[in-house]
Design a protein around this ligand. Structure first.
Ligand code: ADP
Length: 490
């Protein structure tokens, strides 16, 4: 291997913004490869990184691409006869992107299906095809970086084929877990149908031996979570999803690296979706956004009433029920709240019934609305994030960038990014420990007390707005792990 060649990193994900985005994973896959490619070799003291992204050619992205180049036509092994696949190349903001096409990818309209077998067929095919594509284009992969259950089988398959396959003999693997409880259960029979050998992996509990994410966790040379605190939490029974013993047995190769935020895309100074642009020195202008938001939702127009907001997928994970119940406990205080989200009908209904119960101060916007979310970050005083678990969380970082103060459960990446300590000069939000309405309510009381002291509140806002959530530091940490795996530590 030439010393001069860059480190080749194949970054494989089920979605990547701006081509296709459903959730936080899409944001990360869309921005991390770009940040990694920007690291100068001098800064990382070693070889440069040639990071290339590979995603499925979802039907939803067909129309959005004008310049596509067919770079490979190849086959994916299958016991019933090999399956044809093609790879198209494009470039997004300087990052080479491969789109993999094949019958199980094209046949489905949505990115994720509600049928686990449809998803299993699509993503297991894709995971195997990504490896075959690298061979087909003769691009030696130094690091295979997979993300979540959808691509975990590529890591497992790599481990199986590595000893006897010269092309992948030196390839090392990294698996990032953005949401560990989603393991790909329901894929068992599809794994079998693809002829992927059974795992005899000691250390993994029996129930986990034919589910994609645990297989990838077993096979990966390095396991990553998207925040340092969550990497510690998954070693415990509370957050380990039954895999904590296995994770503890390999904890030297488990780490957490905080997600960054694309600060050019989330900037209140230039955001075209908000009424009045502002920076940290213009909090007076920001108030106009609050009044506009109160007007939009038919709430009392009063800058002195704390305006709470919640922007979230409506999922058990997010603890929205704790907020709904907790708010009932602080009705003696003056506040308003706007919920924005969709998902679990029971949680949606809980938000709607609070609106019916307290029509003067509660609004429930049950939908996905990116522009509204931006107006809310720009006008809300407090963002509520009562999550039961949170691998990283982006909303608290966005809120802080917009001068909206986060009030969150002290868990996962929320704990890594929010400082709740009035003695600390980085103080920027409020944290509560217990996943209970009572603890949430006590913290709301504390937050409203600080809100009524204008100076203290502005300090919280400015601290948040000045926090560094850029990708640079995290990208360096990823590059160091790649180097470590290749035995090239600086
Ligand atoms: P997760 O990835 O678990 O859903 P994150 O906090 O990492 O949570 O990211 C959520 C992203 O989705 C944020 O950018 C947030 O603003 C956005 N979002 C969530 N729900 C909605 C909604 N109903 N309308 C608009 N944006 C939303």
């Amino acid at each position: 291997m030439s010393e001069q060649r860059p480190i080749n990193v194949l970054f494989i994900a089920s979605e990547a913004a701006p081509l296709i985005k459903v959730g936080g994973l899409g944001d990360v896959a869309g921005s991390l490869p770009k940040a990694l490619r920007k690291i100068l070799p001098a800064k990382m003291k070693g070889r440069a990184l040639d990071v290339r992204l590979v995603i499925p050619f979802h039907s939803a992205i067909t129309q959005r691409l004008d310049s596509l180049q067919l770079v490979a036509a190849f086959f994916v092994p299958h016991p019933k006869g090999k399956i044809a696949a093609r790879a198209f190349q494009t470039s997004v903001e300087g990052v080479p992107v491969y789109l993999i096409e094949g019958s199980s990818i094209l046949s489905d309209q949505s990115v994720y299906s509600s049928d686990p077998r449809v998803d299993a067929n699509k993503f297991i095919f894709f995971s195997l095809a990504a490896l075959e594509m690298a061979r087909a284009i003769s691009w030696p992969v130094d690091i295979l970086h997979a993300n979540d259950w959808h691509t975990a089988i590529s890591v497992y398959d790599l481990k199986i084929r590595r000893p006897q396959d010269p092309f992948f003999k030196e390839t090392k693997s990294v698996l990032s877990m953005h949401n560990m409880p989603y393991m790909g259960a329901g894929s068992e029979s599809v794994i079998y149908e693809f002829g992927i050998p059974e795992c005899t992996c000691h250390g993994l509990p029996e129930w986990a031996r034919n589910i994609p994410l645990p297989l990838g966790m077993f096979a990966a040379d390095y396991l990553l979570t998207v925040s340092p605190n969550y990497a510690n939490e998954i070693l415990t029974p509370q957050y380990g999803c039954g895999l904590q013993d296995f994770l503890n047995s390999r904890k030297e190769t488990v780490a957490g690296i905080l997600n960054g935020l694309d600060e050019t895309k989330w900037d209140p100074n230039s955001d075209p979706s908000i009424h009045f642009n502002y920076g940290p020195a213009q909090l007076n202008i920001r108030k106009k956004n609050k009044l506009a938001l109160q007007t939009e939702f038919g709430l009392d127009k009063d800058e002195n009433i704390p305006l709470l907001i919640l922007i979230s997928r409506m999922d058990q994970q997010k603890g929205i029920d704790l907020a709904v119940q907790g708010l009932r406990l602080v009705q003696d205080l003056d506040w308003q709240v706007i919920f924005l989200g969709t998902g679990d009908p029971i949680i949606e209904a809980a938000c709607r019934s609070l609106e019916v119960e307290l029509p003067n101060r509660v609004r429930a916007a049950i939908r996905f609305d990116l522009n509204l979310s931006r107006r809310m970050y720009a006008g809300g005083d407090v963002l509520l994030i009562p999550s039961r678990y949170e691998p990283c969380g982006l909303t608290q970082m966005i809120a802080m960038r917009y001068g909206c103060v986060p009030l969150a459960r002290s868990t996962g990446g929320l704990k890594d990014t929010i400082v709740d300590d009035s003695e600390n000069e980085s103080n920027n939000g409020f944290l509560f420990e217990e996943a209970s309405p009572e603890d949430f309510a006590t913290t709301i009381r504390r937050a409203i007390e600080v809100f009524l002291n204008r100076k203290s509140w502005q300090l919280l806002q400015v601290n948040g707005m000045k926090s560094d959530f850029s990708w640079e530091k995290s990208a360096m940490e990823y590059s160091m792990i790649y180097q470590k795996l290749l035995g090239e530590e600086a």
